[in-house]
Design a protein around this ligand. Sequence first.
Ligand code: ADP
Length: 433
Amino acid sequence: MKTKAEMKVLVLNSGSSSVKYQFIDLKDRVVLAKGLIDRVGMSDSVVTHERYDGDKIKISAEVLDHQTAIEYVLAVLLSKNHGVIQDKTEIDAVGHRVVHGGESFSESVLVDEKVMDEVRENIELAPLHNPHNLRGIQAVLKHLPGTPQVAVFDTAFHQKMPPYAFLYGIPYLLYRRYKIRRYGFHGTSHFYVSRRAAELLGKPIEKLKLITTHLGNGCSMAAVDGGVSVDTSMGFTPLEGLLMGTRSGDLDPQIILHIVGREGLSLAEANTLLNKHSGLLGISGLTSDMREIITEKKAGNKQAELAFEVFTYRIRKYIGSYAAVMGGVDAIVFTGGIGENSPDVRAESCKGLEFLGVSIDAGRNNSEEKEKLISADSSKVKVFALPTNEELVIALDTARIVEGARHPAAHPDHQRDGISSGKVEHEKINSNR
Ligand code: ADP
């Protein structure tokens, strides 16, 4: 029987209209293949598949449900010309990204009927995500019966937040009745980059105060004290906190009541307004894409400049508050599509923080390196830009949980693995984030 370090794990991210996958060999930490089934539920779906050696295919298909999507994933992995396995049994385990674990899960877990019921129960907290995550699990159950499955939750890393950080100032009864509290998301990414930063600093995570900043289409920050997420900017839903591509982030709740009254919006329309028409897109009136915002700003577009300023100002504000709640900060990490790739956003977000001991080195910040220290040598607080790797965390967690379930006595502590024995080779195959 294979040990966790020898397993090949299929990582699945099943969304409403897409299924993303990576097949990772943990022995060499290599992504053997990865791809995307896009437009699930439509007749003009597209399957894209890429092998570790750069071989790529794109197929048009009709993928009407998640069952069919998983059939395609298996078919391309098994394909004679483009695949990487000869038999399904070479898939040792399947790890699923599950968005909402509610208060039920502060850890990844081996999937069984009871776990599926709990994921189902948490649908009311994440109606746009959990149903599809569950469909992915059910499809694997059908097509790979007997293969162990593990659920890795976006919320789990934040479950150790203290009540004073997760409670809202509304009647406590509403927390008890409807579980209304801060949950936080992007937990797998905050976990990964906090551990990676500790490795780069050469210090145990238990001794560090870190601020992690995940800036993608969705954006969130976390205060990671001693390895534990003690606060995070997303809340009951991923709408709260930073300004995002199309989401408003923090706002006075009264605004919603005001707009609903003034504009005669339905609740569904208000939901769309805050989640789809706000953020960078809402302020710029142009785009939710940070690259375009920066190009337009440089071309003199004032609305794009405003959107950029609101975006970076809010990050700066959160850096200040997280340094305050932790009583200091050793390092700040930027990750996600924007955090990894935009020197402009990183520099502007850290502007004026010299009083905290933050000083950015322009040369390092603008360098082409993917994983880099961007602070000056004189900077008391180290600042990093690090590529995130949620798939690797999911694969490692999956292998650890599967091995732990086989030999429970040998793994009493259920500690998550570090990531120290190496990274998945980004150079061989770029992450699709
Ligand atoms: P998701 O949250 O959907 O995974 P990503 O993490 O890929 O998204 O981030 C997407 C965002 O990253 C977009 O706003 C995109 O404009 C931004 N981005 C990607 N490359 C750059 C770049 N070179 N400069 C600025 N922003 C970038």
